[in-house]
Design a protein around this ligand. Structure first.
Ligand code: UDP
Length: 339
């Protein structure tokens, strides 16, 4: 099997590349290293079945060249992270909309199947007990940059669906719910690497708002095999599948658990949303997945516990050395390309 992974130097992408290589695939990575890092592929760069192409999905020619000869594409390249989206909404809209269209178009051109990686953000402010694939989306104003990520990713799914209907493209969609694990950077705001990094460094853990907002964290090592199984599973083209964690935790409980688990001396500091992000910022209060569809299709089971996840993320940070520039601080978070 010859597979293109867009965004293969990113956090989830690099774990996926490892998995595909171990399964015997020939893998091409297309990445512009804007939020990903070549460090994520260290140790793999001389693998005989890995071809790394530096280029942007915004350039149709780069996508067409990278996909040539591929049987399938896992499309992960995207501008991600709430902080980055709030700071650079135009970049997010362009990459997440135009880039995805380029990938779908190129896949039609070579007859490749597509696994489109989408996000639980598309459900927006729906705080239902568990969000299933047909749940309603509740989004705020299109004029608030915070909602542009959910809007663009939702349209990506609609694009994919239209390519199924009009070109017969073979597409599966996965919606990831707060996937975490080693190599995820805190630079763009993601809470687990950020808080674990702060605990390891012994500086205050930054909890935004009052900390009662909740999430269900899933481990990248549980999610990646399910993504591949879903790409290979026989189902009607254009279907979406949630892939999330099993246990809901509030952010303040997460912070307390991280401090206790890592035996850290760090305090917990509450930061108002308008300081952490921007004035008028609206957070998702709650996000709980219903994973039934993926469980019935491919036996998806998010087995790794939150304690294990904390240990694995802390070990990853300790192994790579604590790099303060990787750990978003409230003031002066860097969002520059990592070339
Ligand atoms: N968050 C926090 N401290 C941080 C980073 C994030 O309290 O240092 C909060 C954030 O406001 C949100 C939750 O943690 O309520 C999850 O944030 P993340 O960006 O990881 O994921 P998402 O908001 O996309 O679910």
């Amino acid at each position: 099997m010859k597979t293109l992974v867009t965004g293969g130097a990113g956090f989830v992408g690099s774990h996926l590349v490892e998995h595909l290589l171990a399964a015997g695939d020939e893998v091409t990575v297309l990445d512009d290293l804007s939020t990903g890092s070549i460090r994520n592929l260290l140790g793999l760069q001389s693998h005989p079945r890995l071809n790394i192409v530096f280029g942007s999905i915004l350039r149709p020619r780069s996508v067409r060249e990278a996909i040539a000869g591929c049987d399938r594409v896992f499309h992960l390249a995207a501008v991600v992270g709430v902080k980055l989206i709030v700071e650079q909404p135009l970049r997010g809209l362009r990459v997440n909309l135009h880039g995805t269209e380029n990938v779908l178009d190129a896949a039609v051109g070579v007859g490749a199947s597509v696994l489109l990686v989408s996000t639980s953000e598309i459900y927006g402010k729906n705080t239902a007990d568990s969000l299933h694939e047909e749940s309603d989306r509740i989004l705020g104003s299109p004029l608030a940059s915070r909602w542009t990520y959910a809007a663009a990713k939702g349209l990506d799914e609609s694009f994919a669906r239209a390519y199924v209907d009009e070109f017969g493209l073979d597409v599966s969609i996965v919606r990831l719910f707060n996937t975490v694990g080693p190599r995820q950077t805190g630079r763009y705001g993601m809470v687990v690497p950020n808080l674990v990094g702060q605990a390891v460094r012994g500086v205050p853990l930054t909890v935004f708002g009052d900390g009662t907002q909740s999430r269900c964290f899933s481990y990248v090592g549980d999610v990646v095999p399910a993504m591949v199984q879903l790409a290979e599973h026989e189902h009607e083209s254009g279907q979406a599948f949630n892939l999330g964690g099993a246990h809901e935790v509030s952010i303040v409980d997460l912070a307390e658990r991280i401090v206790a688990r890592l035996d850290s001396q760090s305090a917990i500091e509450f930061i108002p949303y308008d300081v952490a992000y921007s004035p008028g910022f609206e957070d998702m209060r709650r996000r709980v997945p219903d994973n039934t569809k993926a469980r019935l299709a491919v036996g998806y089971h998010p087995a790794t516990s939150l304690n294990e996840i904390i240990d694995l993320v802390a070990a990853g940070i300790q192994k790579s050395g604590t790099r303060p520039d990787d750990l978003m601080s409230i003031v002066g978070a860097t969002t520059t390309a990592d070339l």
